[in-house]
Ligand binder design. Structure first.
Ligand SMILES: NC(=O)c1ccc[n+]([C@@H]2O[C@H](COP(=O)([O-])OP(=O)(O)OC[C@H]3O[C@@H](n4cnc5c(N)ncnc54)[C@H](OP(=O)(O)O)[C@@H]3O)[C@@H](O)[C@H]2O)c1
Length: 355
């Protein structure tokens, strides 16, 4: 199979570096351009590398970063763009790439709530890719933008989907404990977070509900319809490197017992697993029976095969009563909740013949 020529935008950032790691030697995509701001122009990946869990191989280490110019990408024949740009920059650049006919898979929030842009989490809403057709019609050369969700929402939505489907639970409260890498690099100043917890992340709580409802909703007759699910969130930043932990609560009548909830999580599987996409985790949700799991340090990189490390969502401490349900959930924010999510979306689009 001929590989698609790909570019990474924001390649010097936390998400961009994950893209570089996850797209290395990829069976569908060949990264021909690493882009960032003019500040990074001419630097190598080794100069900017901050991922502590990945050994940078010589081939990647020496790759040079260039500035971000849509015209250059078009001239280089780039077909697929992976974007790790900040939201205040992403909108215009991603639109420019899509107008030039490129398929853009983005982490930025700029286009997430657009009426013809899917927030794709393929295990949940692969049918939302239908919206791409509408977007293509309005773009000059038929490109499109597909988003993945905010990092906390992605993990949460994967955890909620089996509960909504199997038990009809719709009202959720969630408290998050979000890692530092979620704030990009250099992120939160060390004096603000050392020995501390910050009980506010700008716009995060609103995104949890709005994006969650869109992701869990449907697409039909040319438009998205929100799910009736309600997500009431309290978000905090904690002194953890990678991995967002989330405490989920639901109240209601006739709640399922713990083993039924565990079975719903364990049995969850969808289109990416059916197609055995390269970055799809064999089990999208891993249930830990131990009383002290999941933990960011031990479970953030859950998921197999190797290419899907960090792509599984881990749940644990499932507790139910007749009128309540509680559990913890963990998602790797820069992998499943970031770059890995976009790579999985692009793999699905490729296999479904959309690229
Ligand atoms: N971190 C996460 O866990 C996470 C998860 C999901 C989604 N996201 C979203 O993903 C995006 C990237 O996040 P991040 O954490 O990787 O941020 P980051 O570490 O701050 O990286 C930002 C990247 O964008 C580049 N950039 C900044 N201004 C630019 C400009 N004017 N033109 C071209 N490139 C520019 C930076 O290049 P220089 O280094 O040259 O400045 C850098 O490569 C954001 O939209 C974020 O909200 C992040």
């Amino acid at each position: 199979m001929t590989k698609k020529k790909a570019a990474i935008l924001g390649s010097s950032g936390m998400i961009g570096q994950r893209f570089a790691q996850m797209l290395y030697d990829h069976p569908y995509f060949d990264v021909v351009a690493l882009c960032a701001s003019d500040r990074s122009n001419g630097r190598t990946l080794a100069d900017v590398w901050k991922l502590s869990d990945v050994e940078l191989c010589d081939e990647l280490a020496g790759r040079r970063i260039q500035g971000t110019a849509v015209g250059d990408l078009a001239r280089e024949g780039v077909e697929v763009v992976f974007s790790g740009l900040p939201s205040d920059v992403a909108g215009e650049v991603e639109d420019g790439c899509a107008e030039e006919g490129m398929a853009v898979f983005s982490n930025a929030s700029s286009h997430r709530m657009d009426p013809d842009t899917p927030i794709l989490v393929p295990e949940i809403n692969h049918q939302h890719m239908e919206a791409i057709g509408i977007q293509r019609e309005r773009r000059r050369k038929g490109g499109f933008v597909v988003n993945n969700a905010n990092c906390s929402v992605t993990g949460l939505a994967v955890g909620l989907k089996p509960l909504v489907d199997a038990f009809g639970i719709l009202d959720f409260n969630v408290a998050t404990y979000q890692a530092l890498s979620g704030a990009g690099y250099p992120g939160v100043p060390s004096v603000d977070i050392q020995g501390n917890i910050l009980p506010y992340i700008s716009k995060e709580e609103e995104k949890m509900n709005a994006e969650g409802r869109k992701i869990l909703g449907s697409f039909g007759e040319g438009r998205f319809s929100n799910s009736p699910v309600s997500i009431l969130a309290s978000c905090t930043r904690v002194n953890v490197r990678d991995g967002h932990l989330e405490a989920v609560f639901a109240k209601g009548s006739d709640m399922p017992d713990e083993s039924a909830v565990a079975s719903a999580f364990e049995g969850f599987s969808s289109r990416p697993q059916e197609l055995a996409l390269p970055t799809a985790p064999e089990k999208p949700i891993i249930v830990r029976p131990e009383p002290d799991r999941p933990q960011p340090l031990l479970d953030s990189l859950a998921g197999s095969p190797d290419r899907a490390r960090g792509m599984a969502v881990t749940v644990g401490r499932i507790r139910t009563s007749s009128d309540s349900l509680r559990f913890f959930l963990l998602v790797h924010n820069t992998i499943r909740g970031g770059a890995g999510g976009s790579v999985l979306n692009a793999e699905l689009a490729h296999r479904e013949g959309i690229l």
